[in-house]
Ligand binder design. Structure first.
Ligand SMILES: NC(=O)c1ccc[n+]([C@@H]2O[C@H](COP(=O)([O-])OP(=O)(O)OC[C@H]3O[C@@H](n4cnc5c(N)ncnc54)[C@H](OP(=O)(O)O)[C@@H]3O)[C@@H](O)[C@H]2O)c1
Length: 208
């Protein structure tokens, strides 16, 4: 799959490496593709780097992994995403990480969907730390990654991308469930920041 990564930072970099290894064609969509840190990341992961418009032009899927305040600008720079998969890995965090900056019951993903008419928005890769996204083995079991979206084919494709990052992929339902996944991210952040849990844990699912 041709994947553009909009937000070539911690999350984008971790997933770029995983998806290049899995055989995808990955482009880092950067404001300044010639910047040293973008070139370093491209060299480290095997992805290429391009401007946002160039990278998104040929992409079947776009990973949105910018800081929350940059989301509107980044989606606008991408141009039309109609008919394409837009994977929303962002969390609408308040600047002090004390909670989510959206109305109760709403979600960052709903806002992003409103910015990208016709895109198949899928919420994923927001629920754990970036260090857990680079194909990590947990000795006590497999980490889970919930996936929420309204388009069945887009969600199936993103579930495959989650499996390639060594997650157990789990269907959380339609995009309305993104609100739950953003709260799950908030729990992970709360445990990490307030409870001293560190960053090397992830949530898993038990089955019987
Ligand atoms: N960090 C985590 O563990 C984690 C886990 C799950 C989800 N998330 C969520 O994922 C998102 C990204 O987090 P991160 O930690 O990966 O952030 P990060 O390391 O700060 O990287 C963000 C990237 O976005 C780029 N960016 C900023 N504004 C942009 C714009 N307008 N257009 C294109 N690119 C732009 C930045 O590039 P410049 O150099 O151009 O500024 C930077 O490369 C956040 O919404 C966060 O809540 C983070």
């Amino acid at each position: 799959m041709r994947i553009a990564i909009l937000g070539a930072g911690a999350v984008g970099g971790a997933l770029a490496g995983v998806w290049v290894k899995a055989g995808h064609q990955v482009v880092l969509a950067a404001r300044d593709p010639a910047a040293e840190k973008v070139r370093d990341l491209a060299a480290r992961t095997g992805a290429s780097a391009a401007t946002v418009a160039q990278a998104v032009a040929g992409a079947e899927a776009v990973l949105l992994a910018t800081p929350w305040p940059a989301v509107a600008e980044a989606v606008a720079a991408a141009g039309s995403l109609a008919g394409r998969i837009l994977i929303d890995a962002t969390n609408p965090l308040k600047p002090d990480l004390s909670g989510l900056d959206v109305a109760p019951g709403s979600s960052g993903a709903a806002y992003i969907a409103s910015l990208a008419p016709g895109a198949h928005v899928v919420k994923c890769f927001n629920q754990t730390g970036w260090e857990n996204m680079a194909g990590v083995h947990f000795p006590t079991g497999q980490a889970v990654m919930f996936v929420a979206g309204d388009d069945a084919a887009a969600k199936a494709a993103v579930r495959g991308l989650a499996r390639e990052a060594d997650f157990e992929d789990a269907d959380a339902g339609g995009l309305a469930a993104a609100a739950l996944l953003e709260n799950l991210a908030m729990l992970w952040i709360h445990l990490m920041v307030k409870q001293g849990a560190g960053r090397s844990f992830a949530f898993g699912l038990l089955h019987r």
